[in-house]
Design a protein around this ligand. Structure first.
Ligand SMILES: Nc1ncnc2c1ncn2[C@@H]1O[C@H](COP(=O)(O)OP(=O)(O)OP(=O)(O)O)[C@@H](O)[C@H]1O
Ligand SMILES: [Mg+2]
Length: 387
């Protein structure tokens, strides 16, 4: 029996929470055969005991199928991190939040806010302490989607208590302004607002803060990445080519900002008829898979167009909580589990690090005021916004 045959058999063992297998991930480090005994060494990135147990069980079954009488699976796993983590290098202005997740898209209106709300609540339903920050300063929609429209937060000194719904803490510019008011802000003011949302909101010791971004790749994204180490980035796209094109820009931005990519959520992927539950293709389906793969990312979920999702958003009754048995809710739950496994993996590998994306000017010195800045090319995506 060759090692190739054994590795081929081990390709049936998927890494828990992912679609890829342990061989493709490169986790199988050694294979030894002695007569009817086989020993393998698997070096994984998660410290979770259930991950270790699942791989051991599945690998044993696959190797026994090859006819081995004795199977020895050794799993090398990292030490469990002391906390779920970001005791990391780089700047962190909200160290009591363990993990930050940035939800982005290249195009507007593809379902970032809907995805953020449903995945945040799904993680809370799975027992995590979760917050959601609506960083869409110009178009804050999260209060309505969480049923917190017109609820005003409590102010404590110069800090603000987040609101609460569905077991999730929430803050949004929409909760701080009167309904229908608009903001006309320059880039530097957006950057300040993002910082204040992280520093001056009394978030609890959260496991995960989901941050719903405005569309595109601008000041808000850069400012966030410079303020806190972002553990995971999610790109939301619809299946049409025009949206996929823009989603590549978001994936590229995550790479430039050193944000580990948890995956792509394909939203409005097919349509489930509310009467007969038939799934039909409207904008296309499954097209995001290739884009995700080109950035070594997972397709985390395909969420269909479903009236219940839109109604849930408009009425503040998210589908994940109010229709928990629906197919859509199950897909959001799977995406949430995948996200938590990914966060676990990033932390086991040393956590997020934003030291490489810090501004290059010394603290307290504006890039506008240094003569050097004028003669140097701007770092991509950076700049102070002055002209
Ligand atoms: N899968 C879906 N099925 C049905 N309606 C959906 C679905 N996803 C989102 N919607 C609806 O589409 C609209 C846009 O979604 P959403 O506000 O989440 O997008 P967005 O990407 O956050 O937009 P923006 O770029 O303006 O912030 C909302 O009315 C929402 O309820
Ligand atoms: Mg939005």
């Amino acid at each position: 029996m060759t090692n190739e045959t054994i590795l081929e058999a081990l390709k049936s063992v998927t890494y828990p929470g992912f679609t890829k297998d342990i061989v493709t991930f490169g986790f199988v480090k050694d294979v030894k055969v002695e007569g009817d005994k086989v020993s393998i060494l698997v070096d994984i990135t998660s410290s979770a005991p259930e991950v270790k147990a699942q791989i051991t069980d599945e690998a044993t079954v696959e190797l026994k199928k090859l006819g081995f009488l004795a199977v020895d699976v050794t799993i090398k796993a990292p030490q469990a991190p002391k906390q779920m983590s970001n005791s990391v290098s780089g700047k962190n202005i909200a160290p009591h939040v363990k993990n930050f997740v940035m939800v982005s898209s290249g195009k507007g209106g593809v379902g970032k806010s809907t995805t953020s709300v449903n995945i945040a609540i799904a993680m809370a339903m799975q027992g995590k302490k979760v917050g959601i920050l609506d960083a869409d300063i110009y178009g804050p929609n999260i209060p309505r989607m969480m049923g917190l429209q017109n609820v005003k937060p409590e102010i404590q000194g110069n800090k603000v208590q987040p609101l609460q719904a569905y077991g999730v803490e929430m803050m949004s510019m929409g909760s701080l302004m009167e309904e229908g008011q608009s903001l006309i802000w320059r880039g530097s003011m957006i950057m300040k607002a993002i910082e204040q949302f992280l520093r001056d909101i009394l978030w609890s010791e959260l496991d995960v803060l989901v941050i719903d971004m405005p569309p595109g790749t601008g000041d808000a994204q850069l400012s966030l990445a410079q303020s806190v180490p972002v553990t995971a980035g999610i790109v939301v796209t619809t299946p049409q080519q025009v949206s996929l094109d823009d989603s590549k820009r978001s994936l590229d931005m995550f790479e430039k900002l050193h944000i580990p990519i948890a995956g792509v959520v394909e939203n409005m992927s097919g349509f489930i008829c509310p009467s007969c539950e038939t799934e039909s293709d409207i904008f296309g389906m499954g097209t995001s898979k290739e884009v995700a793969a080109s950035y070594n990312a997972e397709l985390m979920a395909q969420i269909p167009i479903e009236p219940a999702i839109r109604i849930g958003g408009d009425t503040g009754k998210p589908v994940i909580f109010h229709n928990p048995d629906s197919e859509t809710a199950k897909r959001y739950q799977t995406a949430a589990s995948n996200l938590l496994a990914f966060i676990d993996k990033v932390n086991a590998e040393g956590g997020a690090d934003n030291s490489a994306v810090q501004p290059t000017t010394p603290p307290g010195v504006s890039a506008c005021s240094t003569g050097a800045a004028a003669s140097q090319p701007e770092p991509s995506g950076g700049g102070c916004g002055c002209s």
